[in-house]
Design a protein around this ligand. Structure first.
Ligand SMILES: [Zn+2]
Length: 177
């Protein structure tokens, strides 16, 4: 198996016993997702391997800082999204992004039959601008696929979903501040 650099302490760690998150699938038998825990510092690093080559590593990148005035519920849901990402669990991460967005829209009193309706309601109220509405719908469609449509997403799809989520959550926080 290939070597991996710890995203915490940058030590080299061989992946001896991978912890399969997404097992190789029928359509992509050479692909493996998982996370490795560093023996030196204990940090988890998510990875995606194809044909014995690491093609993606989820590190402690920044997707923007979450507004601290958001509710504990929203902050917790979003934090779990980042933890899932660092653990090599892209579908779980996307799902928690969606949950944090739904919670923040509900708390900001943007009602709707579903997330589509809630985003539309926030748009009508002028709470989200056109770019934010576009980003929100893109994220909504991807997370719907991961959650309800049996579509598996990749680890490398997740950073954009995380950063969109932070951007919109912060906008919603600024409305109630
Ligand atoms: Zn380490």
């Amino acid at each position: 198996m290939p070597d991996l650099l710890c995203t915490g302490c940058k030590e080299l760690m061989g992946i001896e016993i991978p912890h399969p998150g997404q097992a190789p699938t029928k359509c992509n038998p050479s692909r493996l997702l998982g996370s490795a825990i560093c023996r030196h510092c204990g940090t988890g690093t998510g990875f995606e391997i194809e044909n014995d080559t690491i093609i993606y590593v989820s590190g402690k990148s920044s997707y923007g800082n979450l507004d601290t005035t958001l509710s504990e519920t929203v902050k917790t849901l979003y934090t779990e999204a980042e933890l899932c990402f660092q653990s090599g669990a892209p579908n779980a991460s996307a799902t928690m992004c969606r949950a944090s967005l739904e919670a923040a829209l509900t708390q900001a009193k943007f009602e709707g039959a579903n997330l589509f309706g809630q985003i539309t309601s926030a748009k009508s109220a002028g709470a989200l601008d056109d770019v934010e509405v576009g980003l929100a719908h893109g994220s909504r469609l991807i997370t719907r696929a991961a959650l309800h449509r049996e579509a598996l997403i990749s680890l490398s799809d997740v950073p954009s979903i995380l950063s969109v989520t932070v951007r919109i959550l912060n906008k919603l926080a600024s409305l109630t501040a």
